[in-house]
Design a protein around this ligand. Structure first.
Ligand SMILES: NC(=O)C1=CN([C@@H]2O[C@H](COP(=O)(O)OP(=O)(O)OC[C@H]3O[C@@H](n4cnc5c(N)ncnc54)[C@H](OP(=O)(O)O)[C@@H]3O)[C@@H](O)[C@H]2O)C=CC1
Ligand SMILES: O=C1CO[C@H](CO)[C@@H](O)[C@@H]1O
Length: 353
């Protein structure tokens, strides 16, 4: 592989839905990343994709892509069950890997993937893009600053209704789908972020309770989970692929609460969160101030730097670690904790893969 160029040169594995969003975002607004190549099982799709997103090199097979000497990093945008195999193959071919979430089907697989990264002296990161948006960083900092006092409750969700479940990997047990794997995983990471913001990083739930409804395809199409952390933070979340929801998230402390209307795919401009102190709950006319804060609602509107698209932020965050030794936006330890919780949830809902 050549010396580091000014920009990290990505190769994209697949031409599916998220591959398109990633390519669009990076080509539109990344500053440290560029896309050099793409591969598809179908050469016609690789060519069309390359032409659409101005990518110099379409490859006719995944193998050709991971062995391309003009690529520094592979973006693995395959269904969940393929993450383990193709991440390890790309790492063994000397490439860094940004792999879509959830990183792996099991903790065992995730562990093997990080071992391969270490053996090959390459970086591997799980592509939770919302972690790289300044909105997320700002409200987590606000918790650390003590703006809502001690966080007690996190209530969140990631739920929507899929229009065409047929032929959608999210509804396939063979492809390791299901609402917990597809989007419940975001809620798990937010639970860990908030728990880490209030205690020393690395805490793991002392209790996990999960229930789910299983779709005729075999996967969970909606689920509810509660987590309790050793510092008494209690989290409840729901995930769903056949249930519509707006996914507003609340983090409640003894001196106020944070409300995040769009936590998972925040916009480029005016990504918003609110902090409410002593605002009456809807059934009450008067709120008696508690603590030192007066009745007050503060709103924060956050833009990405230079209006950088969400997936360009993510690509550049990974590139910054590789090119400039910047701290990683997500650590192996964080991904492994996430995988362990997902394993436990799936075991409780009888969905072992
Ligand atoms: N971070 C985010 O915002 C998002 C992340 N994701 C994650 O990205 C990954 C891919 O999801 P998404 O893009 O929605 O999925 P798609 O089904 O749209 O695309 C997956 C692609 O993988 C390739 N592929 C290889 N083998 C198979 C197979 N057996 N069945 C289907 N596709 C196959 C195909 O590309 P080809 O034919 O070109 O080889 C296909 O287009 C998942 O892990 C998902 O969790 C998904 C959406 C958003
Ligand atoms: O990661 C993801 C984010 O959003 C999508 C829907 O809005 C999910 O289905 C997906 O897999």
């Amino acid at each position: 592989m050549a010396d580091h160029p000014h920009k990290l040169r990505y190769g994209i594995l697949s031409t599916g839905n998220i591959a398109r969003q990633f390519a669009h975002g990076v080509q539109e607004g990344a500053s440290l990343s560029t896309i050099h190549a793409v591969a598809s099982r179908d050469p016609r799709n690789a060519l069309t994709f390359a032409n659409t997103y101005n990518i110099p090199k379409p490859h006719n097979s995944y193998d050709d892509l991971i062995n391309d000497p003009n690529i520094d990093a592979i973006y693995v945008a395959l269904p969940n069950n393929y993450h383990h195999e193709w991440t390890i193959r790309a790492l063994n071919a000397g490439k860094h890997v940004l792999c879509e979430k959830p990183l792996a089907v099991t903790t065992q697989q995730a562990t093997e993937m990080f071992q391969a990264a270490e053996q090959n002296d390459r970086h591997l990161a799980e592509a939770f893009m919302y972690l790289t948006h300044p909105l997320t960083k700002t409200y987590i900092q606000s918790i650390k600053n003590g703006d809502i006092g001690t966080p007690k409750l996190l209530r969140t969700s990631f739920s929507f209704s899929v229009a065409y479940p047929e032929n959608n990997s999210r509804f396939s047990t063979a492809l390791a789908g299901g609402s917990i794997m597809d989007i419940g995983c975001y809620c798990v990471t937010l639970a860990l972020l908030v728990a880490d913001a209030t205690t020393s990083p690395g805490s793991y739930p002392s209790q996990i309770h999960a229930i789910a409804h299983l779709h005729e395809s075999g996967i969970d199409d909606y689920a509810a989970v509660t987590l309790r952390f050793p510092n008494n933070l209690i989290v409840s979340f729901v995930s769903g692929m056949t249930a519509q929801m707006d996914n507003t998230t609340y983090i409640s402390g003894d001196n106020g609460y944070i409300q995040i209307p769009v936590p998972w795919k925040p916009p480029v401009q005016n990504a918003t969160f609110h902090i409410d102190h002593n605002i009456p709950s809807k059934q009450d006319k008067l709120a008696k101030p508690t603590g030192s804060s007066p009745n007050q609602k503060q709103s924060f509107n956050i833009n990405t730097p230079n209006d950088k698209p969400l997936y360009a932020l993510e690509a550049d965050a990974f590139a910054d670690t590789i090119l400039n030794d910047a701290p990683p936006f997500i650590t192996p330890e964080f991904s492994l904790r996430t995988a362990r919780i997902l394993d436990e949830i799936r075991s409780q809902i009888n969905l072992p893969f």
